[in-house]
Ligand binder design. Structure first.
Ligand SMILES: [Zn+2]
Length: 65
């Protein structure tokens, strides 16, 4: 089954900001469910973005509602 969504409803990877169509990897971080395009981007978030920016590392576009 293919799910089509409007661009403004699509999520962005929490690591690199790439627009995600379907799928993506969902992980719990900082009390939110965030979506990432690859394990590498989760690693970037955990080792770089979160230590550096804390809660501000979480982009609203990456939170799974
Ligand atoms: Zn990514």
């Amino acid at each position: 089954m293919t799910i089509y969504r409007e661009v403004n409803e699509m999520s962005r990877c929490g690591g690199c900001g790439k627009l995600l169509t379907v799928g993506g990897l969902e992980v719990e971080r900082l009390g939110h469910t965030l979506v990432f395009c690859s394990p590498r981007c989760i690693e970037v978030f955990d080792t770089y973005k979160e230590p550096k920016y804390g809660a501000e590392a979480v982009w609203p576009e990456s939170i799974v509602k």
